[in-house]
Each structure stands twice: as structure tokens, then as C-alpha cells.
Design a protein. Structure first.
Length: 279
């Protein structure tokens, strides 16, 4: 049975940031949790299912970017028994998020607090490094969007994809690659798409936003658009030209896409990539 995303209504808009509630071999888990600004909406979505935060035993993080994991520390502070699972690279930044916060504040400036809210450390005792299996879910590295990204695959063929499978605001068919600075790696992301395809998932559970039931077509479009965007920046497109091309064909879903993955960030990430890897 396909999961349904819990819509976290980021900044009041539907279908921008979600997370997933799933049953594991050791109780209920959330796959990603959104930022602290979305914590009230998260609790509301749980209440609609007759649950509260204390009923959730685990938090399975794809990576530590604030739209996916920003609320982790605040949730653990409120529910101290909540166990947080994350990659080995990401774990230290949950325990001490000071560098993560400083970097994000440089990027977002005065908008940081309104977008993401409080960033609270997660006690080290609550943080667990993922291996090849996490609570009965196959777990594997999926770098490209971020070096520390991981995905989770359940026994029914649902891949909890984080950002590794890109952004697709359902029911739209357009798949866009979020490439923010500083860690985007085009070669690693290409290999990640290969790794996902090898596992033959039945569906992709996307944080941004919804469940894609056509994984092969979806991932082929992601790969093609990632190459297209990278080449556009490599050839010297301006930020304005890049933004205009990225926005083409999105129609009424443009605002949700741009909130989920601001085009200026994708441009900045690709520009930085080419500065580090001159063609």
C-alpha cells in the first residue's frame, strides 16, 4: 500500500514540504520531519490520525538540510524518547548544529527565522548512525544533492527518497533537481540514480511532494534535467536566464516548486560546482 505524505503546510502553502509516517519493526517512525516552523502542522497531521508526537518512536532522516530535519532537536526536546537515525556524516551536525546554523544564516539572511525557526541540538544518546538496514528498511548512501544523503527502501517497494529523486509537486509530472550549494556533485548524483534503479522501487515517496508511481520515467527525467541545467550554467547562463528557463512549463505549480527549491539556490550550487570542477 502506497504511503501518503503528511503535508506540513510550509509558510501556509500546501504541497511544498511533507514527511511520511510508517510502521517499522520497532514502532512508528517519521521519515524526515520538516523545519521547526512546521512542527505545529506536523502535530496536527498526527492528531488527524489519532496520534500524538509521543506515539512516534523513531525519526529516519534522509539528510540534515533544514527543510528535512530542522525540527529534529525541538521534537526530541519535547519527546526525549524519540530516536533519530541519520548518516555518519550528518550525525555530528545534529549533536552540534552551530556550523549548520551559521552556514544557513549566511545563505538565508533575515529570512532564516521565518523559514526554519529554532534549531536545537539533538542529545548524542538519541542519535544513531544508519547502516545497511535501519528498523527493517534497506538503507543506502545516495549522494549528489548532499554528500551525506541516504534513502530507505521498505519491503513493499517504497523508496523514501528525500531529495535524491528530485522535486515533483504532485500531480505535476515535471521533475526538477534541487542543487543548492555547497555540496552538489553531478557525478555522484548520476551514480545515485543508477543505484536507485538497480533496486527497482515500485514508487518514490518524495518530501517535495507526494508519491511518484512511475519511478523509471521520473528518474530518467531527473537525470536529463540535471544534465540540462548543469550544461546551461557551464555555458554561462546568467541567474535570470537560468531562473526563467527553470520556471518554463510549470504553470500554476510554479510557486510551490520555487518555494520547495528556490531556483537561485540551484543556480548558485551549479555555479559553485563548475568553479570547483572546471570543464
Amino acid at each position: 500500500m502506497a504511503p501518503e505524505p503528511l503535508d506540513l503546510h510550509h509558510l501556509g502553502r500546501e504541497r511544498v514540504i511533507g514527511c511520511y509516517l510508517l510502521e517499522t519493526e520497532n514502532g512508528l517512525a517519521l521519515q524526515d520531519c520538516g523545519p521547526t516552523t512546521c512542527a505545529p502542522a506536523l502535530k496536527s497531521r498526527l492528531a488527524e490520525r489519532g496520534l500524538e508526537l509521543g506515539d512516534v518512536r523513531h525519526l529516519l532522516l534522509s539528510h540534515i538540510h533544514l527543510d528535512h530535519a530542522g525540527a529534529a532537536g525541538v521534537l526530541v526536546r519535547e519527546h526525549p524518547e524519540l530516536q533519530v537515525h541519520v548518516s555518519e556524516i550528518g550525525a555530528p551536525h545534529l549533536v552540534d548544529p552551530s556550523r549548520l546554523e551559521a552556514s544557513a544564516r549566511r545563505l538565508y539572511g533575515d529570512e532564516f527565522d521565518a523559514l526554519w525557526g529554532e534549531l536545537e541540538p539533538v542529545p548524542e544518546a538519541n542519535v544513531h548512525t544508519v547502516g545497511a538496514e535501519t528498523l527493517g528498511l534497506a538503507t543506502f548512501p545516495t549522494p549528489g544533492h548532499a554528500s551525506h544523503h541516504v534513502c530507505y527502501l521498505d519491503g513493499e517497494g517504497t523508496l523514501y527518497a528525500g531529495d535524491a529523486a528530485g522535486v515533483r509537486i504532485q500531480p505535476s509530472r515535471f521533475v526538477l533537481p534541487p542543487t543548492p550549494p555547497p555540496e552538489v556533485d553531478l557525478d555522484a548524483w548520476d551514480r545515485t540514480i543508477d543505484e536507485v534503479l538497480l533496486r527497482r522501487p515500485e514508487r518514490l515517496a518524495l518530501i517535495h511532494f507526494g508519491v511518484a508511481e512511475d519511478p523509471e520515467r521520473h528518474l530518467a527525467e531527473l537525470r536529463e534535467r540535471l544534465r540540462e541545467w548543469a550544461e546551461r550554467v557551464r555555458e554561462g547562463a546568467s541567474e535570470g536566464e537560468f531562473d526563467a528557463a527553470a520556471a518554463a512549463d510549470l504553470g500554476p505549480d510554479l510557486a510551490a516548486y520555487e518555494q520547495a527549491m528556490p531556483f537561485w539556490q540551484s543556480y548558485a550550487g551549479l555555479k559553485r560546482y563548475w568553479e570547483k570542477h572546471p570543464a
